[in-house]
Design a protein around this ligand. Structure first.
Ligand code: ADE
Length: 238
């Protein structure tokens, strides 16, 4: 997958993709991540990327010209219907579709080229949405000062699901949400720490009992913190 990030704060991304699974995926050629400064695509001499809103009101709005120029340069067209197959232009904003594991999985499976627009200020000129954006995504019901942290979340969640990214020792199958439930609790050595014992069932090597305990704990956790997830859960946790 090739991911291009468009931002007015390219330095924000610094080394954020240079750790763990994302780093490994980059080194293995599973993903390529490029960060572009939107100002580089600005057309006026002051390199403006924002302007005052028509109709008045607070804040500034991101101008359409630099964004159209950037998408045209990256995808070869500003015509959404003519984007290369498997390409998406994603706008991160609090107004977007809520990001869920199912959507992350769908993107990881079907997209091989993604341009991510990190919104700022009060918003982006709506013509960007009308003409360029294929998916508007929110990472949650709260307002960030910009789309950059949301872009890190989206990239991380997608890249770890790309084939081969997790490596053979790990698996995404048992992640929270992958079966409609939160993940079950995990323990490692020592079996007793400061008087706190690891549940006996995990030490006895009986895989059927362990599986049943994990499923029970996953259900308990989900019931406690995320009752809304329980409808539609198939309840396997391993
Ligand atoms: N930009 C500001 N808030 C956001 C959110 N909740 N999700 C995605 N992008 C955002």
């Amino acid at each position: 997958m090739k991911i291009d990030l468009l931002t007015i704060f390219p330095e924000f991304f610094g080394q954020v993709f240079d750790f763990g699974i994302i780093r490994r995926a980059k080194l293995a050629g599973i993903v390529e991540i490029n960060v572009y400064d939107l100002r580089e695509f600005a057309t006026d001499k002051h390199k403006m990327t924002d302007d005052r809103p028509f109709g008045g009101g607070d804040g500034m709005v991101m101008k359409p010209e630099p964004i159209f120029a950037a998408v045209e340069s990256l995808l070869g067209t500003c015509d959404r219907d003519a984007y290369p197959k498997g390409a998406k232009v994603v706008l991160l904003s609090p107004q977007g579709h809520p990001l869920k594991q199912s959507r992350v999985r769908d993107l990881a499976e079907t997209v091989d080229r993604m341009v991510i627009l990190c919104g700022r200020y009060e918003g982006i000129d709506e013509r960007v949405n009308e003409a360029l954006v294929t998916d508007e995504i929110s990472i949650g019901d709260y307002v960030l000062s910009g789309g950059e942290p949301a872009a890190v979340v989206l990239v991380d969640a997608m890249v770890r699901l790309l084939p081969e990214a997790l490596g053979s020792e790990t698996s995404a199958e048992n992640d929270s949400f992958s079966n409609g439930l939160l993940d079950c609790p995990h323990y490692t050595r020592p079996a007793e720490f400061r008087g706190m014992k690891v549940p006996e069932v995990l030490l006895n090597g009986n895989h059927a009992e362990i599986e049943s305990w994990r499923r029970q704990k996953a259900l308990e956790k989900t019931k406690k913190f995320r009752k809304d997830l329980l409808e539609g859960a198939n309840g396997e946790c391993g």
